[in-house]
Design a protein around this ligand. Structure first.
Ligand code: CAA
Length: 240
């Protein structure tokens, strides 16, 4: 049976690798994106994976976007909440908007996507939700009170929804990536990033495909007994 999967932020960075990995495994994939039309078009042209534009931080837009995907491709069985932004800065210089945008998109997006798709998964007795958290939600990070709070919230959200989904065959898990070689990490000032990489025992940044492999496992039929868990994929940078 072909499962339908939505990957938010699925046309770039880690999300792009996840969309591709799920497609290779036979899922029918819809890649959501928020802003970069040119990149989304290039992604769709190159992969054949349709891209759908909406802001996951916008509740109504998310309900409408997910309904459109279901109409085009069929009921949604798998959701990967990957969309996320950074607005880094020390608290002293962080505006309310920097705080609010990160909470609205990174954490609010998970709620909005779950509201749109969890009821159907529950009714059909099968579903997979994978939320992309972060090492910085586990360990905190200087200059990221907004991002660390939102990502930490994702880990709590995951454990709570996992309890609600368990008896309906819906698993809810998180992956906590470390520093991955994407545009988001490339935006960290070079001297700061050098110091961070020096603290990664594996000695390098991760690759998006290394996160996608974890997502693929959590979405599989075989992972039905894995729920409420967090898989850390961070090169050994944070262990606990
Ligand atoms: N611990 C303690 N002190 C630190 C520190 C740290 N980790 N990082 C910086 N500082 C100190 C600096 O040494 C400096 O001290 P002095 O003024 O005494 O020299 C002071 O804080 C100010 O540092 P900056 O010059 O860097 O300050 P800034 O205002 O220009 O920039 C910042 C602050 C925006 C937070 C910048 O340091 C930064 O971008 N840091 C990286 C944050 C980060 O890791 N973001 C991750 C993005 S990727 C991601 O989020 C994906 C994921 O999930 C992993």
């Amino acid at each position: 049976m072909t499962r339908v999967a939505i990957v938010t932020g699925g046309t770039r960075g880690i999300g792009e690798a996840i969309s591709l990995a799920l497609k290779e495994l036979g899922y029918t994939v819809a890649a959501n994106y928020g802003g970069n039309d040119a990149k989304a078009q290039a992604f769709t042209d190159a992969t054949g994976i349709p891209s759908y534009k909406w802001d996951v931080g916008d509740y109504e837009a998310t309900l409408a976007g997910c309904a459109k995907v279901a109409e085009d491709l069929g009921p949604v069985d798998v959701v990967v909440n990957n969309a996320g932004i950074t607005r880094d800065g020390v608290l002293q210089r962080m505006s309310f908007e920097d705080w609010n945008e990160v909470m609205r998109i990174n954490l609010g997006g998970c709620f909005n996507m779950a509201k749109a798709t969890f009821p159907g998964m529950r009714e059909r007795g099968w579903g997979r939700i994978v939320n992309i958290g972060s090492i910085n939600g586990q360990a905190g990070q200087y200059g990221q009170v907004n991002y660390a709070a939102a990502k930490s919230g994702i880990h709590g959200f995951t454990k709570a929804l996992a309890q609600e989904g368990a008896k309906y065959g819906v698993t809810v898990n998180a992956i906590a990536p470390g520093y991955i070689d994407t545009e988001m990490v490339a935006a960290v000032p070079a001297p700061v990033l050098e110091k961070i990489v020096a603290k990664i025992p594996v000695g390098r940044l991760g690759h998006a495909e290394e996160i996608a492999r974890g997502v693929a496992f959590l979405c599989s039929e075989e992972a039905g007994f894995v729920t409420g868990s967090t898989m850390s994929i961070n090169g050994g940078q944070h262990m606990y």
